[in-house]
Design a protein around this ligand. Structure first.
Ligand SMILES: Cc1ncc(COP(=O)(O)O)c(C=O)c1O
Length: 303
């Protein structure tokens, strides 16, 4: 089978040769940021929005990639292009990640020390087999004791490579129910986000959006809100508790990998009739129309 190609510091190399030093600060301390978007039939979804967010994360982390937005856009597109068509025919579609670490700077970070960043982009096949059944059955979520790192410590709006906060929540949720996704609250007890996705719910027919300062505000969340507004749904952003969520008719997880998954259970309590709801179904349909790919059908075909 044809090899997948990745971008690393100015070169396009076979994925297995895309290697980074053990002394890289990204490896040593998670001193890195990233962003990721998926392809639909080989076309990158909202790359511009992801590149913009990547640069906001870079600025927050004070990492200078020594490249501008146009250069990052170009290597992301080129990585996908280099994996067309033979390799993608086998893989289906990709999640494309762009990532930059501070690189090989020595000890404690000092703004006066010049750094050579490590900049990369790589494609990974989407995990259709993992997600497909959730479109049909819905996903359970478990509210974890692990809280989302507060914005006063590390801003959840920056997409930083160190995901240990999210992993702790995921360990907890999976220990309670291997099928479940984690739902994290902020340190005030309001709904924040999941471990690799955002969370939205519908109560009294209104789409509820957790307050943005405590989650990443995914491109997928914004897409879901945009589509919901087109469908005539009212939206409401605020500080929502578990109590509010327990009154919901429907809920969903949003992320670039799967776009939108229906949530049918919270802490063992069924939402609505315990099946994927009609609004989530309409949103998935509208999203499929937007991208020209039947998202659910593709997941089942490729699973
Ligand atoms: C913590 C977290 N929240 C939300 C998201 C969803 O972001 P997006 O919709 O841009 O993929 C992600 C995606 O990786 C994430 O890691």
């Amino acid at each position: 089978m044809a090899e997948r190609f990745a971008y690393l510091n100015g070169d396009y190399v076979p994925e297995r040769d895309a290697k980074v030093s053990v002394l890289d600060r990204g490896f040593r301390w998670g001193d890195a940021v990233y962003d990721a978007t998926r392809t639909f039939d080989g076309r990158l979804f909202k790359l511009h929005e992801h590149v913009e967010r990547f640069f906001r994360s870079l600025r927050y982390a004070r990492i200078d990639p020594c490249l501008d937005r146009a250069a990052v856009t170009a290597f992301c597109e080129e990585v996908v292009r280099r994996n067309e068509p033979a390799r993608r025919a086998a893989d289906g579609d990709y999640i494309l990640t762009m990532q930059a670490s501070r690189g090989l700077v020595g000890g404690i970070y000092s703004p006066s020390e010049s750094a050579t960043p490590t900049v990369t982009a790589y494609c990974m096949p989407l995990a259709f087999a993992t997600h497909a059944r959730y479109y049909r059955n819905g996903a359970p979520v478990i509210v974890t004791a692990t809280r989302r790192t507060p914005p006063e410590s590390v801003s959840p709006r920056a997409k930083v490579s160190n995901k240990m906060n999210h992993f702790q929540a995921e360990f907890e949720a999976k220990a309670a129910d291997p099928d479940a996704f984690a739902l994290m609250l902020d340190t005030d007890g309001n709904i924040a986000e999941s471990s690799g996705s955002d969370f939205l719910f519908i109560s009294n027919g209104v789409l509820r959006i957790p307050q943005r300062r405590t989650h990443l505000t995914g491109v997928s969340l914004l897409t879901a809100v945009e589509l919901a507004e087109k469908l005539g749904l009212e939206t409401d952003e605020g500080a929502f508790t578990q109590f509010d969520l327990y009154q919901a008719e429907e809920a969903m997880l949003t992320a670039s990998t799967y776009c939108l998954l229906p949530v049918v259970k919270v802490n063992g309590l069924a939402l609505g009739d315990g099946k994927p709801g009609p609004i989530v179904g309409r949103l998935l349909h509208a999203w499929s129309e937007l991208v020209g790919v039947d998202i659910v059908d593709q997941a089942f075909t490729r699973a």
